[in-house]
Design a protein around this ligand. Structure first.
Ligand code: WT7
Length: 644
């Protein structure tokens, strides 16, 4: 560890940045530690409340309630309250379509008008306070419009990422029993189109809760409109009433449900409520991104993931920011697309994922040098650990050496950023997310539940409740308890491993459970396994994440075939398609290894650790004495080298 310390270069906040930063005073950490409820209450007061709360926090582990008795509306905070503060003509959303120069801008007043109309559309379709609405849309303004319309009338939204398959969409709709689905004809991305409506039709063959489907005409592709069920967005909007006052919601009413992969095959419906969540994302957007009135802020995530919920929609808009939203990919029509966007729109803050940065590194600095990126003043990273080389490259080539880099650790469950530098005061070390934010109490615990106080390695935990925390898993409080609270009692177990160095910096090392992270997308090994065994040729499958230079981890599937079936390239291809069909394209295995056997313990548990070592070509397989049949390893070694 000392060796590492001496090789790591540190970066102080640039002086001129620090002088103007939103957070300049380190005492904020102590202030928050002294009275953390009072501290968060102070932050909540920045928002608009119809009625102030009676109690800041009610903590009955693992159940937390924040701002109990308070009445608030997230849509009101993102729209009406901004207009009241004089931002009516300010741009709220700057949208760039898949084709360059295809732009749409919505001011706060325009966005509010659209949201109110769509809120009335939802009401006219029978959606009432508490009814869930599923949203399966490309990255178009109708997506945040639909979300804010739901929030306005108190209908929890459940956004499903556009790359998810029909079956994944169906599972998510059925779990939350959504009444209405909002989708589009098709979604353009990188010059290709995803047939969203066709997928939705397939999903709806077995989704009895859905009464109406609203379809946005995005591309004009032909779709099948089911009489009495399917309605065009533009037709409904033409007839919609213009005014819809925001519903006074309880602070603890559900704002949204977002499904995320866990260590079993069934996705978890992560529940976020209103007052605490909004307080958390509002505060962290202001502090971590140092948001100022004239910033053009761009988070490159898809709104289908939590990053987009918190840091394209609720965080930026509740701060009155101008948020850029991009429908396409970095490589279309050419590999300088992002830099072109930054230059044309004068982007000042960029928030993206290490996997994107690594793919740019591969191309060299050519595409960047074609553009003037001098508008940038802050860079952010999220989704997986950022390797120091990628951090340095981002800092030097994208940020021109002048922009602070904030590596932000958090999860769908945490709702908002938890561990991150504050760009005006934190000395950064490339690869480290640095310190828990003020008001956040992270720690490192060993397997037995002892806290590791000084430098050391263990499991990353959160020791006190925080406002943006998930409240439960939808309709599954038992799984909520088991997954996050069983291990350490009143302390939240994140599922990540972490190390603290001698200066107190946190280094998050990745998942310690059976969840893998491919290009910042969370995928459950069990989910991929169950997709594989659903194929008639497959008897058994074990899936692991292998270290990958580009995507962080890549999916490798070890497959035992039925009877005397023989593995082939064609079959491997078919199995990849199978996973694509069941889960979605992002979960397709990179490699499939056919094997007659799998390494198991005597109790029948697959030893994924051994498979991981094998697929990474490591010779030290660790302790193999618990294997039921140690000879399996030798035959596997042969299979792995044959599949290369
Ligand atoms: C998992 C959460 C947070 C929004 C996007 C992903 C990993 C996330 C970092 C980071 C190291 C990170 C963790 C975490 N992760 N950010 N800065 N450094 N690891 O949300 O899909 O819920 O995934 O992503 O493993 O548990 P998610």
């Amino acid at each position: 560890m000392t060796e590492e310390k001496s090789t790591v270069r540190t970066y102080d906040p640039p002086e001129d940045f620090a002088a103007r930063a939103n957070v300049r005073d380190r005492s904020i950490y102590e202030e928050a530690a002294k009275d953390f409820e009072g501290f968060w209450a102070g932050r909540a007061r920045k928002l608009h409340w119809f009625r102030e709360w009676d109690e800041v926090l009610r903590w009955d582990p693992p159940e937390a309630q924040w701002f109990v008795g308070g009445k608030i509306n997230a849509s009101y905070n993102c729209l009406d309250y901004q207009i009241e503060q004089g931002r009516g003509d300010k741009r709220a959303i700057v949208w760039e379509g898949d084709e360059p120069g295809e732009n749409r801008t919505l001011t706060y007043s325009e966005l509010k008008a659209e949201v109110e109309k769509f809120a009335n559309v939802l009401k006219s379709l029978g959606v009432r306070k508490g009814d869930a609405v599923s949203i399966y849309l490309p990255m178009i303004p109708e997506l945040p419009i639909a979300m804010l319309a739901c929030a306005r009338i108190g209908a929890p939204h459940s956004v499903v990422f556009g790359a998810f398959s029909a079956q994944s969409l169906r599972d998510r709709i059925n779990d939350c029993e959504a009444k209405v689905l909002v989708t589009a004809d098709s979604g353009p991305r990188g010059g290709k189109r995803t047939p969203l409506k066709a997928n939705a039709d397939e999903a709806l063959q077995d989704a009895p809760s859905i009464e109406k489907v609203v379809v946005v005409r995005r591309t004009g592709d032909a779709v099948n409109m089911v009489e009495g069920r399917d309605l065009w967005w533009h037709e409904l909007m033409e007839k919609a009433e213009p005014e819809c006052p925001a519903e006074e919601m309880d602070s603890e009413d559900i704002l949204y449900i977002l499904y995320s992969s866990g260590s079993t095959g069934k996705p978890k419906g992560i529940v976020h409520t209103t007052g605490g969540y909004l307080t958390h994302v509002n505060t962290t957007t202001e502090w971590v991104f140092d948001l100022k009135e004239d910033d053009v802020y761009w988070c490159t995530a898809d709104i289908g993931w939590v990053t987009g919920h918190s840091y394209i929609v609720y965080g930026p808009l509740s701060n009155g920011a101008t948020a850029l939203m991009f429908e396409g990919t970095p490589a279309y029509p050419a590999n300088d697309r992002w830099w072109d966007i930054i230059e044309r729109h004068g982007v000042t803050i960029l928030y993206t994922a290490p996997t994107a940065i690594r793919s740019f590194m591969k191309q060299g600095t050519g595409p960047i040098e074609k553009h003037d990126l001098s508008s940038l003043r802050l860079l952010g990273s999220v989704g997986e650990p950022i390797n120091p080389r990628a951090w340095e490259w981002y800092h030097e080539h994208v940020g021109g050496g002048r922009c602070p880099v904030v590596d932000t650790w958090w999860q769908t469950e945490t709702g908002g950023i938890m561990i991150s530098p504050l760009p005006g005061i934190t000395r950064t070390k490339p690869g480290s997310a640095t310190f828990p934010l003020p008001g956040i109490f992270a720690g490192i615990y060993d397997e037995e539940g002892n806290e590791i106080e000084g430098p050391g390695v263990g499991n990353l935990v959160i020791k006190r409740p925080w406002p943006g925390m998930l409240r439960t898993l939808y309709k599954d409080p038992e799984r909520f308890r088991e997954t996050y609270w069983q291990k350490y009692g009143d302390v939240y177990f994140s599922g990540d491993g972490a190390r603290r160095d001698e200066d107190g910096y946190f280094w998050v090392t990745g998942r310690v459970d059976d969840v893998i992270n491919v290009s910042g997308h969370r995928i459950s090994t069990a989910e991929v396994e169950s997709a594989l065994v659903a194929h008639p040729a497959v008897a058994e499958a074990a899936v692991i994440g292998r270290y990958d230079e580009d995507t962080g981890q890549a999916i490798v599937a070890y497959v035992i075939l039925e009877g005397d079936r023989k593995g082939s390239d064609e079959l491997a291809q078919e199995l990849r398609q199978q996973v694509r069909r069941v889960i979605g394209a992002h979960a397709r295995p990179q490699e499939i290894v056919f094997t007659p056997d799998l390494p198991k313990t005597r109790s029948g548990k697959i030893m994924r650790r051994i498979l991981r070592s094998l697929s990474e070509g490591r010779d030290d397989l660790g302790d193999t004495t618990t294997l039921a049949d140690p000879s399996v390893v030798d035959s596997l070694k042969e299979q792995v080298s044959a599949s290369r």
